[in-house]
Design a protein around this ligand. Structure first.
Ligand SMILES: NC(=O)c1ccc[n+]([C@@H]2O[C@H](COP(=O)([O-])OP(=O)(O)OC[C@H]3O[C@@H](n4cnc5c(N)ncnc54)[C@H](O)[C@@H]3O)[C@@H](O)[C@H]2O)c1
Ligand SMILES: O=c1ccn([C@@H]2O[C@H](COP(=O)(O)OP(=O)(O)O[C@H]3O[C@H](CO)[C@@H](O)[C@H](O)[C@H]3O)[C@@H](O)[C@H]2O)c(=O)[nH]1
Length: 458
């Protein structure tokens, strides 16, 4: 019987192993994690220790977090492989038989070479084959993406042992993925393809967001532009929604990592090209804050601003790198009073996010610095109507469906006047809101006269 162990029971390790266990009843799957609370949440009966399952496993997936480095060489750009290295050392320590070690985490290209060194230097004659098998699932659709992936990518050494390892992993996925969708490559292509895929996806969003600024300046409508552009079958319609900026745990981290790798390989022009995707994303968030402040007479000091949505996208409670953090910090910098509502994110999380330093979030909770006292100018409520009561302005930062069907007349009646709404996700019905009396700003849409008269000058 094939045995699989996965190190890291996070957003990727948990669902991926659940699907393998479901689809391959004859394979025994064990999942371990250094975070006791994480494992307790998955399985309340048995608490984890490393070794069970691992020493007997044939295939070991490593799905630990790979944060951006916060200190030292490459700080703010390079991937921090501390967690990966400690997992690899542990595999070397406890292994008693040959193993296939699978990189499931997103890692810099050439990581497999370093992992091989750690494993082989510490092994007692055990053969380790390293495979790169990056994950492409998106949060909110993880199970659907795992059941029906566009492709499964497996990279390995171009030796006969390497090819055998690829086949063993291909056999696992072939239980439910059509073989023509399982792509086998060399190690470096697989590692790089993951970074490239995220860079291409994020680049589409920055491209449409860059266009949104030009739309506002010219009277074009970004939804109409992306619809027209996306109709070209070579471009395609997906991932062309203008927004207040992309968030999530992967895009920024992986592009920064790609930029760093380009720099390390003496390719500054290529590095600068990809850096621009992040710069436009930061520009989009700043631009949004500037619009709010400038249209409200150049000050939000002491004014209540309602924030509707804090998660990085709808249908998740995940707030990692959510654009809401930067927008809220920008408004707090101008002394606004924030009243925040998100259907899935609680007060503790929001306070922690607003107090945390950049990149600290991507470490297991028990290793994160304890947050200082909560921010007094921030109030978290469990209802959109409470958030907007007596507010001067409303910002929509996540595209939750419920924000489309709120009673905006009621919201307007309970707000200070003039009442502003700033839609960072293009979910509200602008015409209807204008009819009610709101001054409306929607990303990339023709501007109200009010906003034209109060340009956002940085
Ligand atoms: N979240 C996504 O949607 C997504 C999608 C594709 C790829 N990825 C990549 O997959 C990797 C994991 O991402 P995630 O979102 O699942 O992260 P996560 O933070 O949710 O989970 C990682 C887990 O690894 C555990 N861990 C760290 N070191 C360990 C060790 N030595 N032994 C045992 N457990 C250890 C942590 O406690 C944590 O629970 C990252 O490289 C990420 O870039 C993430
Ligand atoms: O047209 C769009 C599409 C998305 N977004 C934003 O982009 C971010 C990322 O969205 P999405 O890609 O759906 O979520 P993730 O769960 O971060 O998934 C991405 O990152 C994962 C981690 O690497 C990859 O596995 C996935 O393939 C990749 O889609 C979110 O803030 C979205 O609101 C937009 O602003 N406009």
């Amino acid at each position: 019987m094939v045995k699989i162990c996965c190190i890291g029971a996070g957003y990727v390790g948990g669902p991926t192993m659940a699907v393998i266990a479901l689809k391959c009843p004859e394979i025994e799957v064990a999942v371990v994690d250094i975070s006791v609370s994480r494992i307790a949440a998955w399985n309340s009966d048995v608490l984890p220790i490393y070794e069970p399952g691992l020493d007997e496993a044939d295939i070991v997936f490593v799905s630990v977090n790979t944060p951006t480095k916060t200190q030292g060489l490459g700080a703010g750009k390079a991937a921090d492989l501390t967690y990966w290295e400690s997992a690899a050392r542990m595999i070397a320590d406890v292994s008693k038989s040959n193993k296939i070690v699978v990189e499931k985490s997103t890692v810099p290209v050439k990581t497999a070479e370093a992992i091989e060194k750690i494993l082989n230097h510490n092994s007692k004659g055990i053969d380790f084959q390293i495979l790169s098998n990056p994950e492409f699932l998106a949060e909110g659709t993880a199970i659907q993406d795992l059941f029906n992936p566009d492709r499964v990518l497996i990279g390995g050494r171009e030796t006969s042992e390497g090819q055998k390892a690829i086949e063993a992993l291909r056999d696992v996925y072939a239980h439910w993925v059509p073989v023509e969708r399982i792509i086998c490559t060399n190690l470096w292509s697989a590692e790089l393809s993951k970074l490239a895929a995220n860079a291409f996806l994020a680049q589409r969003i920055s491209s449409v967001n860059a266009m949104s600024a030009l739309c506002e300046a010219t009277g074009a409508d970004v939804s109409q532009v992306s619809h027209a552009v996306g109709k070209d079958t070579r471009i395609g319609p997906k991932f062309l929604n203008a927004s207040v900026g992309f968030g999530g745990s992967c895009f920024q981290k992986d592009i920064l990592n790609l930029v760093y790798i380009c720099e390390c390989n003496g390719l500054p022009e290529v590095a600068n090209y990809w850096k621009q995707v992040i710069k436009i994303n930061d520009y989009q968030k700043t631009r949004f804050v500037n619009r709010i402040v400038s249209s409200m007479f150049n000050t939000v000091s002491g004014k209540k601003i309602a924030i509707l949505g804090f998660a990085f996208k709808k249908d998740t409670g995940d707030t990692r790198e959510t654009p809401a953090i930067d927008v809220c910090k920008g408004l707090l910098g101008d002394k606004a009073l924030l009243s925040i509502y998100d259907p899935q994110v609680n007060e503790e999380q929001i306070q922690r996010d607003l107090a945390m330093k950049k990149f600290d979030w991507d470490h297991p909770v028990h290793l994160q610095p304890v947050s200082p006292t909560s921010i007094k100018q921030v109030n978290v409520v469990w209802d959109a109507y409470a958030a907007t009561k007596d507010a001067h302005g409303v910002c929509v930062l996540t595209e939750w469906d419920e924000f489309k069907t709120l009673d905006y007349q009621r919201i307007y009646d309970n707000m200070r006047k003039p009442a502003f709404i700033f839609d960072g996700r293009n979910v509200v019905d602008e015409a209807k809101l204008r009819e009610i009396g709101f001054i409306v700003y929607s990303i990339g849409k023709p501007l109200d006269q009010w906003l034209k008269d109060m340009p956002a000058v940085a």
